[in-house]
Design a protein around this ligand. Sequence first.
Ligand code: XLS
Ligand code: CA
Ligand code: CA
Length: 426
Amino acid sequence: MAYFDSVGEIKFRYWDPEKKILGKKMKEHLPFAMAWWHNLGAAGGDMFGSASADKSFGAVPGTMEHAKAKADAGFEFMKKLGLEYFCFHDLDLVPEAETLEETNARLDEISDYILEKMKGTNIKCLWGTANLFNNPRYMNGAGSSCSTEVYCFAAAQVKKALDITVKLGGRGYVFWGGREGYETLLNTDMKLEQENIAALMKMAVEYGRSIGFKGDFYIEPKPKEPMKHQYDFDAATAIGFLRRYGLDKDFKLNIEANHATLAGHTFNHELRVCADNGMLGSIDANQGDLLLGWDTDEFPFDVYETTFAMYEVLRAGGLTGGFNFDAKNRRPSNTPEDMFQAFALGMDSFALGLIKAAAIIEDGRIDGFVKNRYADWEKGIGADIRAGKTTLAQLSDMAVRLGKPAAPPSGKQEYLQRIVNEILFG
Ligand code: XLS
Ligand code: CA
Ligand code: CA
């Protein structure tokens, strides 16, 4: 059955998968992925109203028939757009059953079905994950739960989600700690909770490697929502956590644009923190609304933001993961045509961002300015400090000899911003 026959041909303005940018095909720079949960699941419901879009795909939601119809619709959608990857939570693929055994049997069935659909296509799995936040059993956390029994259920879900990710050839495996945080410290042993999360991740790595998973594990930082405070607040916090518990060899980060802004950072700041620490893994390509304080998961539209993001990605030499559109249509954009418009917007925004970021690099004025700004650190006392050859006393003596430092140079922010506008708009 075809679901999207009513939707005409999708024409892109900037996305041109075979076009070479800085010696690499656009599609190699930008491995785009469809998020199973939003695209095939989110139907526009919010806390004030029910679904505005029809995502039944001709079947009754909550059944395996619907799970398969979603897979059919998803593959038709990806083929029509030329998308080569998808991402999933275990419970996006099938409805959760009464028992773990039954849920796992459903996951076996749907993954066989998806595997069959993947044959003869270029469509691959970017990453999988376990939904450890929806079921009320996780109300006190999953890896951070006060209940050992709930912790075992979380472990069971991670184990099965890893099995399915490996079976589908996933490049990565994500931990997003939706319920891993707290509402109040009055009832929380923060140290114990974080140690337990790390232990769960360690067991996941051991298990994943034992079944042949060669990809990266990812932490996806987010500061709040649903919890008031989430342990993986931002990139720097998550990297500190990974290093503290010896997980940094197996994990990288999956950075979501909307989560960066919720943490009070720019998207490119979070990418820079990851790149500087060798931890840039994958990207959840969306954007938030700075006038709203929550996770709106909008399709990327802001070309300044995609340009600055792609500038970081190019400087870092690319991603080992990809660009997952963890984004949903606005509630009133409720037709199948809107689903395609949304992806075309996101793909074109990132393609244009890539073109402009490459142009900034080729132009060289901004990189040249930064290099020159720090040139003092490559010679003389600067080089000695960088090489760890100096003492505080020597530097103090030098300051005394200098009398006063030379006038500091201008940061030239407005000049640099003019260059960006010139490259963006001509
Ligand atoms: C929610 C997160 C979630 C993760 C995967 O805000 O973005 O969807 O990407 O669990
Ligand atoms: Ca996400
Ligand atoms: Ca989000």
